[in-house]
Design a protein around this ligand. Sequence first.
Ligand code: FES
Ligand SMILES: [Fe+2]
Length: 370
Amino acid sequence: MSAVRTPVTLPARAYVSPEVYERERREVFAASWNYICPAATVAAPGSYFATSIAGEPTVVLRDADGTLRALSNVCRHRASEILSGRGACPKVLRCPYHGWTYRHDGQLAAVPEARGFPELDREAVRLPSFRVGVLAGLVFVTMSETVEPLATYFGDLATTLAPFALDRLVPEFGDAWEATYAHNWKVIADNYLEGYHIPVGHPGLLRLLDYKRYTPHLRTRHAFINGPFREKPSKDQLERSYQESLVPMPGFPQQYEQSWNYVHLWPSTFIDLYPDMIGIWVTRPDGLQRTASSYHVLRSPDETPEAVRLRSLNMHINELVMDEDVVLCDGVQRGLGSLTYERGVLHDSESAIGQFHELLRQHVPGIDQP
Ligand code: FES
Ligand SMILES: [Fe+2]
């Protein structure tokens, strides 16, 4: 008998157990470096970006002195979220509920009708602060005081992303690029991490990409997936327009011009490296079977009308791909609740799922028990 065994996935329980989800909040998300937003979004003093890290309200802001800070976005009065979305809080963070205000360093600044709190030690009230850092033009936050520095956390990611010069691109956000899915966050990650489903699940991608050369590269706490283009013109009108009008963004690295590339950053961020735009897909667990997501677009600062059109063709093509993936993930989510299914097996081309599940096993001991 061969000593080599087929690699296996996590057990179904890992996707449907409330206990596992609660442990992931603490042992995965609070213990890891999480992508938050492009650094350009919080470049100006007083600018902020509010988000949540697996249900943990968090805000990143640039203080008046130019220091980047990450704070808990939970008011110490009665737990309201303080800031929402993104924007500017030039002087203080003001809670929308009863108006408590906090300085940029998190210290409580003022309390309306303060005499009603005769015993409150206002000096002792501050928003917890978290570690924050910038890598390859992207802001990351961790709630952990012990996890290794961001500079080494993702291995050689900064070197890999350097040619894409993400910090020279312009971030764009849109309501149209916000979505919530009825899937456990790991179902979405698993789906992104393999190309094995392309021939059956994505006819369009199969026409555009040379599936046989679609290759995942496993790296430190991330995976880099290369999807080279086919030479052949697609028979689909939309796809052929994209192929025919494809001009890479100025400065886009030549070695990646003839491909779509995908990066998964542990635990739940995905970067689409297209020649015509970069898309950062942030998925945020918001319950056991609920995942919120935002798509952050990074585009060239001097876009021609043709480049704008090209990018919209790309978005159309990939919206269809996304629709197809949602149906596939719906089916997986239902299947994971089955009484007869215990766990799955992984094809060679699903090795990036194998790496992802291995990280989960390391972070959440016992997650592998069926
Ligand atoms: S909850 Fe923030 S001021 Fe009351
Ligand atoms: Fe897919």
